[in-house]
Design a protein around this ligand. Structure first.
Ligand SMILES: Cc1cc2nc3c(=O)[nH]c(=O)nc-3n(C[C@H](O)[C@H](O)[C@H](O)COP(=O)(O)OP(=O)(O)OC[C@H]3O[C@@H](n4cnc5c(N)ncnc54)[C@H](O)[C@@H]3O)c2cc1C
Length: 379
């Protein structure tokens, strides 16, 4: 496998770095502290082709591969984890679900709006009592002629309030039956469909996380995505790609923290010399760099398999597990290298540290990734 950075990837990375300096850098801490989800920024990201990276050009997307997608999420993650998380959720979850399982008319209706950033997408699987154990979900869709009546609440949904359209997985059959769940597309403003509580979070504070509520919400059967009963199986497939994006997000956050810590270690003097010259600090940087590089290799391997439409379940779980645990570890070390200053908001590492923790939780916790990997090992 040749993972040399392509010209396309270099161009995307430069474009995002430039965009970050002009449009993001000065607002990042304000968005974070005030929990502002900057909707207009996503229109601009859409103009750059970053809201439909994997969507074919015929549907208004960029028509690129997972390699370019991973580059984009890494570069955004270096600048701001929240924005990278939102771009990842929009691309990998909502948009990709419609791309992979939508009918031609659903794709024509939704993909051009999503891929250009005109619309922001949400994806709802999790509920208050069912996160890892999504098969036990309680939100129901009951058939009524040509319609389904939806009742229940989804929890922790990225873009639950600002999203223009959501892909939701709800119960249409028996509890715990893997064929008892179905997927629907639902637009903002549909009667009976509202957003609820917005979470006040440790990190990723500029990425909006809310409840989605359904109160006798009537949806026409044309809103069904794929066949009735396929929802859970579809969700698992979507999460395979989603894990690659969270691995990339983790690498971006870890790299941002590593670069800041390296620069600081060369500038900060104690005992008459730069702290980088103490072996204890140099070895930290060595371990940080090695773990980031290993995370990248796993993620590139998963991207390569995904691009070639090969089995990716185990490798994408490994990439997500390793990269997210690395991000938490690396950002912790970065705060340590900054000493007391790392604990303040004058430097970027405290935010990297807070943002990184989400990566071991969202789209399947580290424990769930180990379940996936161990099951594959024991086959
Ligand atoms: C910022 C943010 C954004 C999110 N965005 C979305 C979104 O857009 N859409 C969406 O659907 N969801 C979203 N989520 C939800 C996220 O995917 C869940 O939080 C995650 O899957 C874990 O579920 P839980 O929080 O209910 O934890 P639980 O499932 O209750 O887990 C609690 C603990 O128990 C462990 N555990 C559970 N089961 C097992 C087991 N079998 N073996 C070993 N350990 C186990 C877990 O690993 C964890 O440590 C988001 C969450 C956050 C925080």
């Amino acid at each position: 496998m040749d993972f040399t950075t392509s010209e396309n990837q270099k161009m995307i990375a430069n474009m995002i770095r430039d965009f970050g300096k002009k449009e993001m850098q000065e607002h990042i801490m304000e968005w974070d502290e005030d929990q502002i989800f900057p909707v207009p920024l996503f229109k601009k990201l859409g103009e750059l082709g970053l809201m439909g990276v994997l969507v074919p050009e015929e549907y208004g997307g960029s028509g690129l591969s997972y390699h370019e997608y991973v580059t984009a999420i890494i570069e955004l993650g270096k600048i701001c984890g929240s924005i990278a998380l939102s771009v990842a959720a929009h691309n990998s979850l909502c948009t990709n679900h419609i791309l992979i399982f939508g009918t031609d008319s659903q794709k024509k209706k939704y993909l051009p709006k999503l891929a250009t950033g005109e619309w922001i997408g949400a994806w709802g699987l999790t509920e208050h009592n069912t996160g890892s154990d999504a098969g036990g979900m309680m939100t129901t869709a009951t058939r009524d002629g040509d319609y389904y009546i939806l009742n229940g609440t989804k929890n922790f949904i990225t873009h639950g309030k600002s999203g223009d359209v959501a892909v939701i997985i709800v119960r249409t059959g028996k509890k715990r039956d893997s064929r008892g769940m179905s997927t629907f597309i639902i637009e903002k403003g549909t009667p009976g469909f509202t957003s609820g509580k917005k979470e006040n979070k440790l990190g990723m504070r500029a990425s909006e996380t809310t409840e989605l509520m359904f109160d006798n919400c009537r949806l026409h059967k044309d809103n069904l995505l794929g066949k009735e009963g396929e929802g859970f199986i579809q969700a698992l497939k979507i999460l395979e790609g989603g894990r690659i994006s969270i691995a990339a997000l983790s690498i971006g956050i870890a790299t941002g923290a590593f670069e800041a810590a390296t620069k600081y270690a060369k500038e900060r003097h104690q005992f008459g010399k730069p702290i980088a010259e103490f072996q204890a600090i140099g070895f930290k940087l060595a371990d940080m760099a090695t773990k980031i590089e290993a995370s990248l290799l796993l993620t590139q391997q998963a991207s390569d398999l995904k691009n070639r439409k090969k089995e990716v379940n185990k490798i994408s779980a490994m990439a997500k597990l390793y990269a997210s645990e690395t991000a938490v570890w690396v950002t912790n070390e970065a705060v340590q290298i900054f000493g007391g200053y790392g604990y303040t908001k004058d430097y970027p590492v405290e935010k990297y540290f807070r943002d990184a923790k989400l990566c071991t939780i969202g789209e399947g916790t580290s424990e769930i990734q180990k379940l996936v990997i161990s099951r594959e090992c024991l086959k």
